[in-house]
Design a binder for this molecule. Structure first.
Ligand code: ASP
Length: 341
């Protein structure tokens, strides 16, 4: 078994300084020692290889180019049997979602993890998370991108960071964990079918202008219009409940759609599915041309927009693809859509 590690940065490999935590620990030596001591009762790792991306970053600094660097590294080690990505927690869920779209053709599992405390801190969660990620790929994780943290294996594009301090810092509010670590591990059924809606040879991620707006009581149409000027490629409007937006915003949304902006509505609720027709205040939004984000997390929706825009999609076509399940990120019967990929 060959496990390839891609180390991108994050608290796991940070050291303290007068200016605060920053990357600087000798993670590769630590990882080698950890894997050498890997429980003999488990399938041993035959080979472990590590790529340390340069520069190592606090994941706050991540951008679509960071996602692409990880994708490129995984593709460059395509002969490995499994992949573990070590990453900061702040944007881990965005990266996990992004990787899930870019790697739908990959047959090996990818598990992303990190930690709340640096590897050298007393009582750090780093060893448990890395060992857990390795156990996940050795013990049954199938293809697709998953996130292991605090004893649970979550679907990567369903995960969201829910705590800055708890060792169980992530959750997947709309889907059950894929597995819970224990003695023995408990695995749930296979993840939802990914159909074959993914992109087999995707173009690399590029950075596209996608704006995210949290709707709050009192947001004016003037402010929303200003946020959409100059027009971005896409806008994610984080609405209330099942996708409800103040009717005052309808004209601005309709105008943005007319200029070619893809407007996607998601819910601010952690467990939320957008259903435009449920309340009278939802209908005008759909009529204005906004599309539903279904039950996608913000992270999944945002990374999907960046991914699809990188494939060259714009406007209504981009909106139509937002409603299709690419990699298990969306609960919706996917309509097969044929297209040259
Ligand atoms: N700021 C850190 C990062 O995301 C937080 C962490 O890793 O826990 O890189």
């Amino acid at each position: 078994m060959h496990v390839h590690f891609t180390y991108a940065g994050g608290t796991i490999g940070m050291i303290d300084s007068p200016g605060g935590l920053h990357p600087g620990a000798d993670l590769e030596t630590w990882l080698t020692d950890l894997l050498d001591a890997f429980p003999a009762s488990l399938t041993p790792i035959g080979t472990a290889t590590v790529t340390t991306l340069q520069p190592l970053i606090d994941s706050t600094q991540a951008a679509p180019s960071t996602w692409q660097a990880i994708v490129d590294d995984i593709r460059a080690h395509a002969r490995a049997d499994a992949f573990v990505v070590l990453h900061g927690t702040d944007t881990m869920a965005y990266t996990a979602a992004a990787l899930s779209y870019a790697l739908t053709g990959l047959s090996q599992p990818v598990v992303i993890t990190g930690s709340q405390l640096p590897l050298s801190a007393a009582g750090s969660d780093a060893p448990a998370n890395v060992v857990g990620a390795v156990q996940a790929v050795l013990g049954g994780a199938t293809s697709g991108v998953q996130l292991f943290f605090g004893g649970r294996l979550l679907a990567g594009n369903r995960a969201t960071k829910t705590s800055t301090w708890s060792f169980q810092g992530f959750d997947s509010p709309s889907t059950a964990p894929l597995a819970c670590a224990g003695a023995p591990w408990r695995w749930s059924g296979p993840a939802e079918s990914e159909a074959d809606t993914g992109w087999r040879s995707p173009r690399p991620f590029r950075r596209h202008d996608v704006v995210v707006v949290d709707v709050v009581p009192g947001l004016t149409d003037t402010r929303l219009a200003a946020l959409l000027e100059p027009p971005p490629v896409a806008a994610v409007l984080r609405a209330y409940g099942v996708g409800n937006l103040p009717t005052e915003l309808t004209t601005v949304i309709a105008d943005a759609v007319k200029t070619g902006v893809t407007v996607v509505v998601t819910s601010q609720c952690l467990q939320g599915t957008v259903e435009f027709g449920r309340y009278a205040v939802g209908n005008p939004v759909a009529a204005a041309g906004a599309v539903s984000g279904g039950d996608m997390t913000l992270e999944a929706a945002y990374a999907k927009l960046q991914f699809l825009a990188s494939q060259g999609l714009r406007g209504a076509e981009l909106g139509a693809w937002m409603g299709r399940n690419l990699a298990g990120e969306l609960t919706e019967p996917s309509t097969p859509l044929h297209r040259d990929r």
